[in-house]
Design a protein around this ligand. Structure first.
Ligand SMILES: Cc1cc2nc3c(=O)[nH]c(=O)nc-3n(C[C@H](O)[C@H](O)[C@H](O)COP(=O)(O)OP(=O)(O)OC[C@H]3O[C@@H](n4cnc5c(N)ncnc54)[C@H](O)[C@@H]3O)c2cc1C
Length: 458
């Protein structure tokens, strides 16, 4: 029995923290956890889950339109934002309860409090002022939305946090940002009938993804009525006497809106956490520096998830938390492979991707075979909707190994999951070729692309 109150104390009850706490407890550790807001963390409370529910809600407008091509007459449609928010809140509360119960079931001591470090083994719980000690401490405090603090009128904007709780659906919105959260929210607003503009300072939205997908998604968003402004950004925002907002951009545009939402990145949540008292190092962005096994520069303090700014996704945080607990408390050391992460963007149309983009693949080898297919999904032959699906496969010309697969279109995220398995297994183009198609599906295109559309040779 050690002299500490706990073998492990976890700060942050989100994806990474909860997984680590539960697994460590099942390995026999005495575990405490503190959460300052709601158990489940960003993903469950104000991230992936409510976002996806909103995406579902926003897609019905097109579903109703498309139904007519199949013989349906859809009568008058009305939408209640308040009903949607209430239903979403109910589901989030249910999920939060599950998270809390699962912790309690594994005998993790749950504290509802902000926690800060006092030293390398001591944590202060701010709700009571109580201090607790632990042999190991795991920091899993996530990240929070970055609002441009220097922007005149920046206090008038909302972030994704507030977007989930607006009392009314605005008539007109401008979303600032080009990352997946900005793009997803632009699609949500637009689908719910809001006059939507997306403004992004870069050349093209969705930096970091394959360029063909980035352009395709942007063009399809524009077809759906979203106004996309590139190479520009807000210079100031004023609140008008009627409560509406008037934004001026660096490029000289004037944009009026009922709401302006900023999704311009997320900052590791490390401010005022007491890291300096414990001697934990951060990088220039405030992210905690860790080794591949999530250890900080202080031997008994570890960090997982968004606070380490490695790959800021829920399944990654969960994996890192699990690996930490198995390594430190389960006698089974392992590390997370961050090199091949399948992921989805719930833009409209959706994006699913795994492996290297063409730009990244070219850095590895100049000899690539590119297979690309752009087609109208079968559903839209009758719906009449002018929407294209894109599939792109990047193959190493010498080894024939598939380096990346990128998809825009219905269910692209679902496809990415299973493509992730094939790429993990080292699939070659021949493996895809000898796989019999599933017909009629869109996915069959993946196994029927015979000739490269481009042969790049160094
Ligand atoms: C709008 C949005 C949509 C997203 N969509 C997706 C998606 O579709 N797919 C995906 O994989 N990822 C998505 N993400 C990212 C995902 O939510 C994060 O990667 C994930 O939640 C990170 O988990 P974490 O454990 O590192 O941190 P979090 O889940 O953020 O948990 C950290 C927790 O720590 C708490 N906390 C912070 N400081 C303290 C303190 N001092 N004391 C006590 N508690 C503290 C916070 O309240 C929070 O609950 C989305 C994020 C957002 C914002």
């Amino acid at each position: 029995m050690s002299d500490y109150d706990y073998d492990l104390f976890v700060i942050g009850g989100g994806s990474g923290g909860v997984r680590a706490a539960r697994i460590a407890a099942t390995h026999g550790a005495r575990v405490g956890i503190a959460e300052e807001y709601r158990y489940g963390g960003t993903c469950v409370i104000r991230g992936c889950v409510p976002k996806k529910l909103f995406v579902y809600a926003s897609k019905f407008s097109e579903e109703f339109e498309d139904a007519e091509g199949f013989g349906w007459s859809v009568g008058e449609r009305t939408f209640s934002w308040q009903k949607l928010v209430a239903a979403k809140d109910q589901e989030i509360t249910r999920l939060e309860g599950i998270y809390r119960r699962n912790l309690e079931r594994t005998n993790v001591e749950v504290h509802d409090s902000r926690a800060v470090l006092e030293d390398a083994h001591t944590v202060r719980l701010l709700s009571t002022g109580q201090t607790v000690t632990a042999k190991y401490i795991l920091i899993a405090v996530g990240a929070s939305p970055n609002v441009d603090s220097g922007l005149p009128g920046g206090e008038h904007v909302i972030t994704s946090n507030e977007a989930f709780h607006m009392s009314e659906l605005p008539g007109k919105v401008v979303v600032s940002g080009g990352g997946y959260i900005a793009v997803e929210f632009a699609g949500i607003f637009n689908g719910l009938g809001v006059d939507t503009t997306l403004i992004y300072r870069g050349e093209e939205i969705l930096r970091g993804f394959d360029m063909d997908l980035r352009t395709t998604v942007r063009q399809e968003m524009e077809k759906k009525g979203i106004k996309v402004i590139l190479n520009d950004t807000f210079a100031s925002i004023d609140k008008m006497p009627d409560g509406s907002l008037l934004g001026k951009t660096s490029g000289g545009k004037i944009l009026s809106a009922d709401r302006i939402m900023f999704a311009i990145g997320r900052n590791p949540h490390t401010r005022d956490l007491g890291l300096e008292r414990a001697g934990v190092e951060v990088d220039g962005s405030g992210a905690i520096r860790v080794t591949p096994d999530s250890r900080t520069n202080v031997d008994n303090i570890y960090a997982v998830g968004d606070v380490t700014n490695r790959a800021n996704l829920t399944p990654v945080a969960i994996r890192e938390g699990h690996a930490f607990a198995d390594t430190v408390f389960g006698g089974n050391p392992w590390t997370v492979d961050h090199s091949l992460i399948a992921t989805a963007v719930f833009s409209q149309p959706e994006m699913g991707t795994v492996g290297l983009t063409q730009e990244e693949a070219l850095k590895r080898t100049p000899d690539l075979d590119i297979y690309k297919s752009s087609f109208r999904p079968m559903k839209h032959t009758l719906s009449g909707r002018d929407e294209k699906m894109l599939m792109k496969m990047i193959v190493d010309a010498k080894t024939q190994r598939v380096l990346g697969v990128h998809i825009v279109g219905p269910d692209a995220g679902e496809l990415a999951q299973i493509l992730g398995v094939t790429l993990q297994m080292g699939a070659t183009k021949a493996d895809f070729d000898r796989t019999i198609a599933v017909h009629p599906t869109a996915a069959e295109e993946l196994v029927t692309m015979r000739e490269p559309t481009e042969r790049l040779r160094g």
